[in-house]
Design a protein around this ligand. Structure first.
Ligand code: ASP
Length: 325
């Protein structure tokens, strides 16, 4: 095992949630228990080592903000740079864990690999006082993953839920209540993770680019696109049908939006698989970009980061930056 302590950063979520009646675990409040208390009764070995706990927030992650993302990122960065910390675990609500996962992966994944440390996100689908609460086993697995990263050579921004480890970038919530909702379609985590592009800069400004997700569906029109364009939207992620296909009425307005300088990224609303640029429309002809395997929610954060990075590098080529995430 690594020498050094672990850092446990708490954000809240169902893992720290309580049900009014433990027999009705679906009726609960997230973010009720302090992160420190989650360690009680985990049954870690006596020589497991010290765990330093920082409570950053105790929220339901549907209320996640850019400010909290930045606070979390700075706490992770500080932990990575400390010699006495060998790994980091983050407890987080599952509703937006995939967004936090892609954000940390894009901004700190390379740094984590550089220091040969794992940052492991975990959470729970059932509140802490539910009969078969999954939080304790998930947290235990995450702590051991962080602790044993040197032996397993699994570094970077990782996650574990329902016994399945993966890259945090690969999380996506694809079920409302299944215990493996976030990892059901994630790739296996296998061996060293060094094939990363350079980290993007951590945002320093409080206001990030305004990006909205627009869903394509039967009966779509472009009216919503026109409203967003007139209000100054900076980017639009299309949650397309199937392989990222877009209703022709909506597409016409999105082509105009792209011509007007709005960043347009095309993803799929299906929840799994990938969107490629050639199928079914050539994105390049319309000045759009495909989101590849990023879900609409992940593509939205990735596009924010790509626009911020392009701005700081004084380039208009956000597309090449997006492609590295
Ligand atoms: N609403 C909760 C949250 O995202 C769900 C969970 O943690 O599972 O904080």
């Amino acid at each position: 095992m690594n020498s050094g302590n672990l850092l446990l950063l708490g954000m809240g979520g169902t893992i720290a949630g309580l049900a009014g009646d433990p027999k009705k675990p679906m009726a609960y409040q997230a973010g009720q228990i302090p992160t420190q208390a989650l360690l009680e009764g985990l049954g870690l070995e006596p020589d497991f080592g010290e765990i330093e706990v920082h409570q950053i927030a105790n929220i339901d992650s549907r209320h996640m903000s850019e400010e909290l993302l930045m606070q979390l990122a700075w706490a992770v960065k500080a932990g990575l740079e400390r010699d006495d910390i060998s790994g980091i675990v983050i407890t987080h609500g599952t509703d937006t864990m995939e967004e936090t996962g892609v954000f940390l992966h894009a901004t700190l994944g390379k740094l984590a690999s550089h220091y040969r440390k794992a940052v492991v996100l975990t959470g729970a689908m059932l509140p802490a006082n539910a009969e078969h609460a999954d939080g304790p086993s998930n947290l235990r697995a995450a702590l051991y993953m962080a602790k044993e990263s040197r032996e397993t050579q699994q570094y970077g921004i990782l996650a574990v839920m329902a016994g399945k480890p993966c890259l945090a970038r690969d999380l996506s919530k694809q079920h409302t209540h299944a215990l493996d909702a976030l990892v059901v379609n994630a790739r296996e985590l296998d061996g060293p993770i060094h094939k990363r592009q350079a980290d993007l800069n951590l945002p320093t400004q409080m206001v990030w680019p305004w990006i909205e997700i627009v869903t394509s569906h039967g009966g779509s029109s472009g009216r919503f696109v026109d409203m967003l364009t007139s209000q100054g939207v900076e980017g639009i992620v299309i949650a397309g049908t199937g392989q990222g296909s877009v209703h022709q009425a909506l597409a016409q307005h999105l082509v105009l939006a792209a011509e007007a300088g709005i960043a347009v990224v095309r993803s799929s609303r299906t929840g799994a698989g990938a969107v490629f640029s050639e199928i079914p429309e050539p994105d390049s002809a319309w000045n759009w970009l495909s989101a590849r395997d990023l879900t609409p929610a992940k593509a939205r954060i990735a596009l924010q980061l790509a626009l911020l990075e392009a701005n700081s590098r004084k380039t208009e080529d956000w597309q090449s930056i997006f492609a590295t995430i």
